[in-house]
Design a protein around this ligand. Structure first.
Ligand SMILES: Cc1ncc(COP(=O)(O)O)c(C=O)c1O
Length: 350
C-alpha cells in the first residue's frame, strides 16, 4: 500500500489512517452506480453543483483534491516565495513540505504581532498531533490579531466531523464570518483518503482566483467524477449516517487506548482527545522519544516522536504522538501495555 508499510509484529500507532473495515466500500460503489454521462465530462470550475450545495456555502467553496492540495493551492494564490508563514507549535508535520514547495519561510511559534506573517497555518480543532482544540477565547484573539497585521489564517479543519464528546467548537471561518480566514476541509478522514477530495472555503475574490487558475481553465473542476459521486453519496443523509457510525467506532478506539495508557502508564497525565485521531503524550522526566522508539519497537509497538511536529525538530523531545485510528480496541490495549513496558525499561536504565 502506498503511504503505508506493514511491519510484522509491530502494533503501529504512528499512522493517521482510517481503520480499513470502516471504509464505505459498498456504499461508495452504490453511489457511483447510477450516475449518467455528466459524471464523466469536464466539471465546472468550483466543483459540481450537487456537492457545492451539500457543502452549503454558496459562492465561497472550491472543491480540491483533498486538504493537502487545498493547502498547496492556497499558498499558490495567497503567497509568494519568501513570504513568512507562521505555523502553530506543534503542528501537522506534512504541512511543512507543502509550505516549503511554495518557497515560504516557516516560522514556528511566536506572536502574530511580532512575526507579522503573510499566512498563519494551524489545525485548531482536534489538532494533529495534539488532539486538542484552540480554546474559544483564543480563537477570537487570533482572528483579531490576523486582521490587525493583514495576515490570512489558513484553518486546516480536517478533523472537525470526528467529534466524540459533543459538538466540535465553532470554526474560525464561521466565527470570523469569512475573511481573514480560509478554511480547508477534507473527505479523507470521514469517507476515504484514496478519493483525494476536499474543499476550500474562502471569500468570493479568492474563489475567483482559484477558478481562474490556468490548470482549472484548461482541465475543468478538480477531481470531477469523484466529486459528483460524493454528491450522490451525501444525498439523502448518507454522509451523516456514515459519520455517525465512524464516531461510535473511533470513540470506542479512543477509550480503549486512553484507558489502557492510564492503566499501564499511571505516572503520566494521559489526555482524552474530544475528537480526531491522536493522543499526545508527555513522557516521564528523563525519557526522550528518540531513546524510547527503538526500545518500543523491540517490544512490538511504534509511534511518531514529538520533534517531527516542529519544522526544525527543536521541540517535543519528550513527546510522542499515538494514533488510535488504525487498530482495533483489543490491539490498542496490547499496544499500550507494550509501551508501558518500554517506558519502564528506559526509566529503569537511567
Ligand atoms: C491536519 C491534516 N491536514 C491535512 C491532512 C491531509 O488531508 P488530505 O488527505 O485530504 O490531503 C491530514 C492527514 O493526515 C491532516 O492530519
Amino acid at each position: 500500500m502506498i503511504q503505508f508499510e506493514h511491519r510484522p509484529g509491530i502494533l503501529d500507532l504512528s499512522w493517521g489512517h482510517p481503520r480499513p473495515g470502516l471504509l464505505p466500500v459498498r456504499a461508495w460503489a452504490e453511489s457511483g452506480a447510477n450516475l449518467d454521462w455528466r459524471a464523466l465530462t469536464y466539471g465546472s470550475s468550483a466543483g459540481p453543483d450537487p456537492l457545492l450545495e451539500w457543502l452549503g456555502d454558496p459562492g465561497r467553496t472550491f472543491v480540491t483534491g483533498g486538504a493537502s492540495h487545498a493547502l498547496a493551492l492556497v499558498t499558490q494564490v495567497l503567497a509568494r516565495p519568501g513570504d513568512v508563514v507562521l505555523v502553530d507549535s506543534p503542528t501537522y508535520h506534512l504541512a511543512f513540505p507543502i509550505l516549503a514547495d511554495r518557497g515560504l519561510r516557516i516560522v514556528q511559534g511566536g506572536s502574530v504581532h511580532q512575526v507579522r506573517p503573510k499566512l498563519i497555518y494551524l489545525v485548531p480543532t482536534f489538532g494533529n498531533p495534539t488532539g486538542a482544540s484552540l480554546p474559544e477565547e483564543r480563537r477570537a484573539g487570533l482572528i483579531e490579531a490576523a486582521r490587525e497585521v493583514g495576515a490570512t489564517i489558513v484553518e486546516d479543519d480536517t478533523y472537525r466531523e470526528l467529534s466524540y464528546d459533543g459538538p466540535a467548537p465553532e470554526s474560525l471561518w464561521s466565527m470570523a464570518g469569512g475573511d481573514p480566514v480560509v478554511r480547508l476541509g477534507s473527505f479523507a478522514k470521514t469517507v476515504a483518503p484514496g478519493l483525494r477530495l476536499g474543499w476550500i472555503n474562502a471569500e468570493p475574490e479568492i474563489i475567483a482566483r482559484l477558478t481562474g487558475l490556468g490548470y482549472v481553465h484548461s482541465g475543468g473542476g478538480v477531481n470531477h467524477t469523484t466529486a459528483v459521486t460524493m454528491g450522490a453519496f451525501c444525498a439523502g443523509g448518507g454522509f451523516e449516517r456514515h459519520v455517525a457510525g465512524l464516531r461510535a467506532s473511533y470513540r470506542t478506539q479512543r477509550n480503549a487506548l486512553v484507558d489502557a495508557l492510564r492503566k499501564h502508564l499511571p505516572q503520566l497525565d494521559v489526555p482524552s482527545p474530544a475528537g480526531g485521531w491522536f493522543v499526545w503524550l508527555r513522557l516521564p522526566a528523563g525519557v526522550t522519544a528518540e531513546a524510547l522508539l527503538p526500545v518500543a519497537e523491540e517490544r512490538g509497538v511504534s509511534f511518531v516522536p514529538g520533534p517531527r511536529f516542529w519544522a526544525d525538530g527543536s521541540g517535543g523531545a519528550d513527546r510522542i504522538r499515538l494514533s488510535f485510528s488504525l487498530l482495533s480496541a483489543a490491539e490498542l490495549e496490547v499496544a499500550a501495555a507494550r509501551l508501558g513496558e518500554a517506558v519502564a525499561v528506559i526509566a529503569h536504565n537511567r
